[in-house]
Design a protein around this ligand. Structure first.
Ligand SMILES: Cc1cc2nc3c(=O)[nH]c(=O)nc-3n(C[C@H](O)[C@H](O)[C@H](O)COP(=O)(O)OP(=O)(O)OC[C@H]3O[C@@H](n4cnc5c(N)ncnc54)[C@H](O)[C@@H]3O)c2cc1C
Length: 305
């Protein structure tokens, strides 16, 4: 039996494919294939896969909406678990409980429908609940740390654990999820009763700001770099004369220099080379080292030869 057949026997309800391109699953629309791509439908499926992968020493990679990753053009070895199939969401008093694959935009809209305030800030962040917790996603003065009460995770031995806010070690664009290789299964958001009209107005205002400033008409991974202390990455890039700089089909956005947009069938290699060029030029001009916010994962094509 090959690996696909073994996995199918283990979790018959899940969708399993081999060598499927990950381009449609990433916001940059770049990257190579997943050796094995699994779309699990239950926590039990995930538990079985985690135990199977760890006992056979098969690398396991988690993907949400792919809005903060660049998958190298050689693709990802081992198993990729795509968690966008976990879509349940419910309300309990002033809390919202959402599974890892629910888009955080949907959670903020659901909060609006329920008249709950606190999640307006992330009404335009295109990630999933899992990716947002992993990254401590934030903008416009808010971040996940402010609204997450607890998170249900599975550890690399396949054991479920509930982590409270203080255990998540939230910091600027990070949490303890990566350090311990946890997989986020669901999150509980603690919100407050609010006035629907006010919540809606705030979301509309933030959406307007985003549409005005960000090149949302092209594939991208959002802000490529973290904010260096005391500076804005986009401004440093712009002042280094890099707006519109292009490698292959990927360009430093002419609308917002903190973004790199895929304007003409660019590849992950184009992205990575452009990131390196921008880092070098900004360092030469300002002596500041930009650190990517986007996660670069997988194998480069050369490594496969
Ligand atoms: C146009 C645009 C605008 C953006 N604006 C913002 C913004 O304002 N603020 C902001 O913070 N970010 C922003 N981002 C970046 C991105 O949307 C966030 O980082 C988001 O939280 C990533 O979620 P995701 O589901 O897409 O994660 P992915 O890109 O799929 O994964 C990101 C990382 O999280 C891990 N991961 C994903 N799901 C899980 C899980 N369930 N368990 C464990 N690990 C997991 C992955 O392994 C990977 O390392 C933007 C991106 C785009 C394209």
């Amino acid at each position: 039996m090959n690996m696909k057949q073994i996995i199918h026997q283990l979790i018959p309800q899940a969708t399993v494919t081999c060598n499927e391109s990950l381009q449609p699953y990433t916001y940059t629309r770049t990257g190579g294939p997943a050796e094995i791509l699994i779309k699990p439908s239950t926590y039990e499926d995930i538990e079985k896969i985690v135990i199977f992968a760890s006992s056979h020493k098969i690398p396991l990679t988690i993907l949400g909406n792919g809005s903060n990753v660049i998958v190298r053009d050689g693709g990802i070895k081992g198993i990729v678990l795509l968690l966008t199939t976990l879509q349940e969401i419910k309300k309990e008093d002033d809390k919202i409980i959402a599974q890892a694959g629910v888009p955080i935009i949907e959670v903020s809209r659901y909060a609006l429908d329920q008249g709950l305030t606190g999640l307006e800030f992330c009404c335009g962040v295109p990630g999933t609940v899992g990716g947002a917790i992993f990254m401590n996603a934030g903008c416009y003065g808010g971040e996940m740390r402010d609204v997450v009460e607890s998170v249900l995770v599975i550890n690399s031995e396949g054991v479920l654990q509930r982590l409270t806010n203080d255990m998540l070690e939230f910091d600027y664009r990070k949490s303890c999820i990566s350090k311990h290789n946890y997989i986020v299964l669901e999150a509980v958001f603690q919100l407050r009763p609010g006035i629907k009209l006010e919540i809606e107005r705030k979301m509309e205002e933030l959406t307007r700001l985003r549409e005005e400033k960000q090149p949302l008409e092209f594939p991208s991974c959002g802000s490529v770099f973290k904010r260096p202390p005391g500076h804005f990455a986009g401004q440093l890039i712009q002042e280094s004369g890099l707006k519109g700089e292009m490698i292959g089909g990927v360009q430093v956005s002419t609308k917002h220099a903190g973004f790199m947009v895929n304007v003409n069938e660019g590849t992950a290699t184009d992205y990575i080379r452009l990131i390196e060029r921008v880092k070098t030029k900004v360092h030469e001009k300002f002596n500041i080292s930009l650190e990517p916010e986007v996660r670069i994962i997988g194998e480069s094509l050369e490594e496969q030869i």
